[in-house]
Design a protein around this ligand. Structure first.
Ligand code: FAD
Ligand code: NAD
Length: 397
């Protein structure tokens, strides 16, 4: 009898955790598990703001997929998914033959939410993947290098605008605060010439988060030269910079958009019902109307007890992956699935190398203590996918 085919799309937090879980749970020859990812490596999305600023070597945010898979239990296909076809139970790839499945795990992450803002896709940078963040780091360095070679005063070359002061925006600004003094030394530029502006549409930075922690973060970052523009949506992004609501222009050669995410467009294109691209999954993480189509990570949508959507996080994706691996194993063995319940352990946001804010174990944390806990939490991910050897190789203070 043919083995049941499980195809996992995406080696991010959700997909890789599902795959690593399956290779642990399943015995040999119980199922044919295939993982598809566009790169031969997994990038640690939660660390991308660091190489994007130049404070971390990208190598530390990259894990070779082959190094965490057992090749006799999981087949890895490096290709780009271009279409999912739930009616025919097929996945179409950019280069390879279509893949048939009995169970599909969709874990292709998110896409930037641009709200249709004119010029963003063309002119802004996005913290999305490893090559994208290498480009941001190189671009900033190039702008600094160019500044002193020109005769005219081009302050826009030294002005960095970060659009959106959610967690990604704040964590990125925190890294830049550490990086800018180094860049100034390297390129002989006075620190006061550099502007770092974080623009936020909502009336506060980190909207919805604990006020005391937000105040701490704002004070910490302002003291290190960050200019916050709250209550001020970006309405357009041009090759020269950004246009704010009301018409004010900020000339900037570097605009980094951190204004939010939506689900992967392949789901909408497959005719699956979505809200901002995300699929409201059932208690077993299945897309509505499908017994064999599971969605994990940023493309899934789950509501809390107050009927408010949980934000898409690595914490959520990891727990989903762990749970789904067990459920798929049960299904294959003729058993029944257990409903998924998210267990929010806390939220921590870094403010550069030495500081962070957050809530963990029901307590508010600030400064060094929060920063250490954030690092330990980062290391946990390496441990989950590759055990102690990977953790010791990649963990970095
Ligand atoms: P991802 O981890 O993004 O993985 C998606 C994978 O799919 C990638 O490997 C990608 O290459 C692959 N892929 C995409 N499209 C295709 C395709 N067409 N074909 C083949 N492969 C494809 N969350 C937290 O809980 N804690 C944090 O501290 C935290 N920090 C963050 C910091 C930053 C800078 C950012 C940007 C996010 C952070 N998050 C954090 C959010 C967290 O990173 C995401 O929620 C999480 O990565 C989602 O996991 P995922 O598996 O859905 O997608
Ligand atoms: P987000 O949606 O959390 O924040 C986006 C911010 O951009 C919001 O504050 C929004 O008001 C603002 N914005 C939207 N339109 C704007 C405009 N036109 N002009 C200016 N500002 C505008 O998105 P994110 O920060 O990219 O985070 C994505 C997900 O990843 C979230 O679920 C977040 O919780 C998670 N994340 C978690 C961590 C962490 O736990 N440390 C870190 C990064 C991201």
């Amino acid at each position: 009898m043919a083995l049941p085919k499980i195809v996992v799309l995406g080696a991010g937090y959700g997909g890789l955790m599902t795959t690593v879980g399956l290779q642990k749970e399943l015995n040999y020859q119980e199922a044919e598990v295939t993982l598809v990812n566009q790169n031969p490596y997994h990038y640690v999305t939660t660390k991308l703001h660091e190489p994007a600023a130049g404070t971390l070597d990208p190598e530390y945010a990259r894990v070779e997929i082959a190094s965490v898979l057992k090749q006799d239990k999981v087949k890895f296909v490096q290709d780009r998914v271009i279409k999912v076809d739930p009616e025919n139970k097929e996945v179409h790839l950019a280069d390879g033959e279509p893949l048939k499945y009995d169970y599909l795990v969709f874990g292709l992450g998110s896409a930037p939410e641009t709200f249709g803002i004119k010029g963003l896709l063309e002119n802004a940078f996005f913290i999305r993947n490893l090559n994208g963040v290498r480009l941001i780091r190189e671009h900033i360095e190039y702008m600094f290098a160019k500044y002193n070679t020109l005769k005219e005063d081009r302050d826009d070359l030294l002005t960095i605008v970060v659009g959106g002061a959610g967690f990604t925006g704040i964590e990125y600004v925190g890294e830049l605060v550490d990086r800018i003094p180094e860049l100034c030394r390297e390129f002989d530029i006075p620190r006061e010439k550099v502007r770092l502006i974080n623009v936020e549409a909502a009336p506060t930075v980190l909207p919805g988060f604990d006020k005391e922690l937000v105040d701490y973060a704002v004070k910490y970052l302002e003291e290190r030269g960050v200019e916050f523009r709250i209550n001020t949506p970006i309405e357009e992004c041009t090759p020269e910079g950004v246009v704010l609501k009301g018409g004010e222009k900020i000339d900037s050669a570097t605009v980094v958009w951190t204004g939010g995410v939506r689900g992967n467009p392949l789901l909408e294109e497959a005719g699956i019902e979505t809200a901002r691209g995300r699929v409201k999954v059932d208690e077993y993480l299945r897309a509505p109307g499908y017994e064999d189509f599971f969605v994990v990570g940023d493309s899934s949508l789950i509501f809390n007890e107050e009927e408010r959507p949980y934000p898409p996080t690595a914490q959520m994706a990891t727990q989903q992956g762990q749970h789904l691996a067990k459920n798929l194993t049960a299904l294959i063995r003729g058993g029944s699935m257990q409903p998924f319940k998210f267990d929010l352990k806390g939220t921590l946001a870094s403010l550069g190398r030495g500081s962070a804010i957050g809530i963990a174990f029901g307590k508010k944390l600030f400064g060094t203590k929060a920063s250490i806990l954030k690092r330990i939490n980062d290391w946990r991910w390496y441990y989950l996918i590759g055990g102690l050897p990977l953790m010791f190789k990649k963990a970095k203070f």
